[in-house]
Design a protein around this ligand. Structure first.
Ligand code: AVI
Length: 322
């Protein structure tokens, strides 16, 4: 019998596990960073849900208030017989406010990466809005390029609430707005929720709540890396830091190492100096004008914006095919 030695080709980490590849790349960079999209595993999503109910975290309450107050005005801009496409839909709580106010909408297309969640919510939406066609799409909306086939013939209104656009770098936000323009097409209206620049005190408190929920949300990123990648982060040796960077008009979140230490993950050793941080999130804050300028530079014509002074909801129109 001939003994064979199996020589298995090593596949690149990015193909085997994109999470592991992104974590190793981010923690090997100078300065260290981690992509904020990895906050939202099951535990992180539950913590974010708690954040939205904190007294200090005004954006969710403010946006819901603006949407409720101006729902009729917002939906009056929608093209008749349109499909509403929501990017990163989650539980579609905010879309429901618009769908209730918009008599002429024919279809709702929630796009989300989490399939299970989307299907459960679609069943509830079909029950609550029996006159609407509900077409959930499981996809990463940041890389999508075409409208779903089911609504190819319909005019479209886009919806991107929550100031998630603030978690993109401005050039990424511009790229996303351009791609959304291609998906939504000529004549589309795009409703985008954007947090406003304001007093640094209010911003500081929103990301440094007294109960420490935002700190847990930030540290859960390390807990997730331990759980999923078998790393050995000691969560007690890292601290949540969040501060307003006025020059860049953004809240920055970091995890700061309280001492000199080494962490093992994916056959790699990552070294930390005392005080060294991992940059985990930026949350850009815009003025009405600065967001309209960004939208305009990305192919959209700003129509109007509604605000309660803290948060803004923008209506944009796509006047030509991009
Ligand atoms: C989802 N995103 C708009 C939130 C924000 O405010 O930037 C994420 C968040 N990070 C800390 N608290 C909330």
């Amino acid at each position: 019998m001939i003994m064979q030695t199996a020589v298995r080709a090593r596949r690149p980490l990015a193909t085997v596990n994109p999470f592991a590849a992104d974590v190793v790349a981010g923690l090997s960079a100078k300065p260290k960073y981690l992509p904020p999209k990895y906050f939202y595993d099951l535990a992180g999503s539950a913590l974010f849900e708690r954040i939205t109910r904190l007294s200090e975290y005004y954006p969710t309450r403010s946006e819901l208030g603006v949407l409720k107050e101006y729902a009729a005005a917002i939906t009056s801009l929608f093209p008749p017989g349109c499909a509403v496409v929501e990017f990163g839909a989650g539980a579609s709580t905010k879309a429901r406010i618009l769908l209730r106010a918009a008599a002429s909408v024919e279809a709702y297309v929630p796009i989300d990466i989490s399939g299970d969640f989307l299907q459960q919510d679609a069943a509830r939406l079909r029950r609550d809005f029996p006159h609407l066609a509900i077409h959930p799409v499981v996809a990463d909306f940041t890389t999508m390029l075409e409208p779903p086939a089911e609504i190819a013939a319909k005019p479209r209104a886009g919806f991107f609430p929550g100031s998630t656009i603030g978690n993109f770098e401005p050039h990424e936000a511009a790229g996303f707005l351009r791609r959304a323009g291609v998906i939504l097409g000529a004549g589309a209206v795009f409703v985008v929720g954007v947090d406003l620049a304001k007093s640094p005190d209010i911003l500081y408190r929103a990301y440094n709540d007294a109960e420490g929920v935002t700190a847990k949300f930030n540290l859960n990123l390390l807990a997730r890396i331990n759980r999923e990648l078998g790393a050995n982060f000691n969560l007690d040796a890292f601290e949540h830091h969040a501060f307003y960077n006025a020059e860049r008009s953004r809240i920055e979140m970091h995890l700061a190492s309280t001492k000199r230490q080494k962490v093992r993950l994916c056959d790699t050793t990552i070294e930390f100096r005392a005080g060294e941080t991992i940059h985990t999130e930026n949350s850009y804050k815009y003025s009405i004008d600065s967001f309209q300028a960004l939208a305009h530079g990305s192919g959209w014509s700003p129509i109007t914006a509604w605000t309660d002074g803290l948060f803004s909801v923008h209506a944009l129109r796509m006047t030509e095919d991009k």
